[in-house]
Design a protein around this ligand. Structure first.
Ligand SMILES: *[C@@H]1O[C@H](CO)[C@@H](O)[C@H](O)[C@H]1NC(C)=O
Ligand SMILES: *[C@@H]1O[C@H](CO)[C@@H](O)[C@H](O)[C@H]1NC(C)=O
Length: 265
């Protein structure tokens, strides 16, 4: 009983540590061109998952057995990936066939991946983005969820480097990496991944659903020519249901390895 309790506390502490990493952290470390986050008082740090937990839905913790047996459908730069409709198991397809697969909201997509030490895909480089766009094209998929998220929740307003958020406030929640400003082609990329067109006819992100009924478009999906715009990034309200691509999460794999030394992942 006592041992179990200690274990539970350790798990909770490690999980809290993972979740307390914030957008911009990796970017700050690598490029050193942002205001260092350690100039801010520790207690102002908020996990990027705050908005979701406010709605009563929490991020899932990794499950060692599922991590060890996670689908490794393809590999890119040392990470495993899989597409939800191509894999059996709870949370994946319900019926075989491209047009019949199960669709879930953005947080459910992340959680299905996270239980397997993965997370919804994050395209930090143009090469990785091209790989995902090619997959969508080859499979003629209409859309997928990614881990992209707008920092529009508690803790974000204190981060001056994230404002205005429609330009500077987007990050990959898989790796807590900031995206390039949304209003121009990312440095070093050949093309702007954000769509030039959406519901309002203007460039993405446009938070269009907010104008209709105050539902923020806080999550990033890749849409395939829905607006006659080719395969492009769109800001989308997070409740919409889509299939998803999972990518290995280094943080979750390290965490499970650390707590299960003999596990083979
Ligand atoms: C691709 O998907 C679109 C939309 O679902 C459909 O209209 C089109 O016929 C499909 N193309 C092929 C080659 O399957
Ligand atoms: C907001 O509008 C969209 C688009 O018309 C609709 O799909 C969605 O259900 C609406 N949401 C609410 C909360 O009314």
């Amino acid at each position: 009983m006592r041992l179990l309790l200690v274990f539970a506390v350790v798990v909770a502490a490690a999980a809290a540590q993972i979740n307390q990493r914030r957008p911009g952290q990796t970017n700050n470390r690598v490029h050193n061109n942002q205001r260092p986050h350690n100039q801010q008082p520790q207690n102002q740090q908020q996990p990027p998952q705050k908005a979701d937990s406010q709605k009563g839905t929490l991020l899932s913790l990794p499950e060692p057995q599922l991590c060890a047996s996670r689908p490794k459908q393809w590999n890119f730069n040392g990470h495993n990936y899989f597409f939800s409709w191509d894999n059996e198991g709870e949370g994946f397809y319900e019926l075989a066939g491209e047009t019949q697969g199960r669709k879930v909201n953005w947080l459910e997509a992340r959680n299905e991946c996270r239980r397997r030490c993965m997370d919804a895909v994050s395209m930090e480089t143009e090469a990785e983005n091209n790989m995902i766009f090619q997959f969508i094209q080859d499979r003629n998929l209409s859309y997928i969820w990614t881990s992209g998220r707008l920092c529009d929740f508690t803790g974000c307003s204190e981060r001056k480097d994230l404002h205005p958020i429609n330009i500077y406030g987007w990050f990959w929640s898989n790796t807590n990496t900031k995206m390039a400003p949304t209003n121009s082609t990312p440095p070093g990329w050949a093309a702007q991944p954000w769509s030039p067109a959406g519901h309002t006819g203007g460039p993405q992100p446009d938070n269009a659903e907010y104008d209709i009924n105050q539902t923020s478009e806080s999550c990033l999906g890749v849409l395939n020519n829905i607006y006659k715009d080719g395969i492009k990034w769109h800001d989308i309200a997070c409740y919409h249901k889509k299939p998803f691509v999972c990518e290995d999460s280094d943080a979750l794999l390290d965490y499970v390895k650390g707590t299960n030394p003999t596990i083979i992942l």
